[in-house]
Design a protein around this ligand. Structure first.
Ligand code: RIB
Ligand code: CA
Length: 324
């Protein structure tokens, strides 16, 4: 079992990723830190608690992080995730458990003041990570792994022709992390996450296997389905963040290459991931860029956990489903 801290901006796919990670037997989620991204940070905190309630894990501490990017003005993705950041699902929080007093960046900087067999799984803009790094330069050396959902190598962007939201929202934070974290940045970008389409077929299957979970997933993803149909004429929704969880658990689910990588912070291509695969800049690789994914293996792992069903059942049923 791997111990991990999840930094996120819940967010519909973050919510699915958090549930997947918390319920997985392979991960021990020590804490959740929230950053402004899909929704303003206080809405993100509320949504993190909604997931913890659903998983009956209100023992996991939640830390409130950055309200805005390092330099850019904050732009949310509430057009995609709903004003409540939860698909306007009307799913409400019942508990009154409070967020921790310590800020996310202070918690992360202090926690990694010494070497830990604990990794960070970053599912949103990297503002909290960059702030923690600025106060603790050993942050990267003291963590076990750093996996980030973000960026894109060859796939088109989702905020501009070349930029993916997490790095477009806070490009300065992404640049600081890639250039100074001093540990391999494992980038789960749009090149692989675009293969992960939570389709109406899969939603219907979830409902057949577990009606309650199916109802929850239907409420949570309806708004996301509508967005994807309206803007990409896609039936279903791309669930980016759960793939980062699956990759953290089973790195063999994706393949890629190591390369020096940084992020553009100005101009029309702001937020673009600059992947120097052919080493023009003669710099040591600082990132692992993932290019391919075993989609069936992802859905087998993801649905086995989310539906609390036998893996063999899910694996054989998935042969019947037209994935993607
Ligand atoms: O571009 C997709 C990423 O941005 C996902 O993490 C989504 O939740 C948003 O944070
Ligand atoms: Ca996210």
């Amino acid at each position: 079992m791997q111990q991990v801290i999840i930094d996120c901006d819940p967010g519909i796919d973050d919510a699915l990723a958090l549930e997947f990670a918390i319920k997985s037997k392979e991960l021990d989620v020590l804490a959740i830190t929230v950053v402004a991204g899909n929704a303003p940070v206080d809405i993100g905190v509320e949504n993190a608690f909604k997931v913890l309630e659903r998983c009956d894990r209100l023992d996991i501490p939640v830390y409130r992080g950055a309200e805005a990017p390092l330099k850019r003005s904050y732009v949310s993705a509430q057009d995609t995730h709903g004003m409540d950041g939860f698909g306007e699902s009307e799913i409400i929080r019942r508990s009154t458990v409070h967020v921790q007093e310590e800020t996310a960046e202070a918690f992360l900087a202090n926690f990694f003041a010494k070497k830990r067999e604990v990794g960070i799984l970053a599912l949103g803009p990297l503002t909290n990570i960059a702030l923690a790094l600025k106060s603790n330069q050993k942050l990267g050396q003291n963590m076990q792994r750093f996996v980030t959902m973000g960026g894109t190598y060859k796939s088109h962007g989702n905020c501009s022709p070349v930029a993916e939201y997490n790095y477009w929202c806070d490009p300065d934070a992404a640049k600081v992390v890639y250039e100074t974290l001093d540990t391999l940045v494992e980038m789960v970008g749009l090149d692989v996450t675009r293969e992960i389409v939570f389709s109406p077929n899969i939603l219907e299957y979830c409902h057949r296997i577990s009606p309650d979970t199916g109802d929850y997933l239907r409420k949570l993803t309806r708004f996301y389905f509508d967005f994807h149909w309206q803007y990409e004429h896609l039936l279903g929704c791309v669930i980016n963040d759960p793939l980062a969880v699956a990759y953290y658990i089973s790195p063999e689910i994706c393949s890629g290459f190591e390369s020096y990588t940084t992020v553009e912070t100005t101009g029309m291509s702001i937020g673009q991931t600059l992947v120097d695969r052919y080493n023009f800049w003669q710099k040591e690789p600082n990132a692992k860029i993932l290019e391919t994914v075993n989609t069936k293996e992802f859905f087998t792992q993801f649905l086995t956990v989310l539906l609390d069903a036998p893996e063999a059942t899910i694996a054989s049923d998935l042969n019947l489903l037209k994935l993607g």
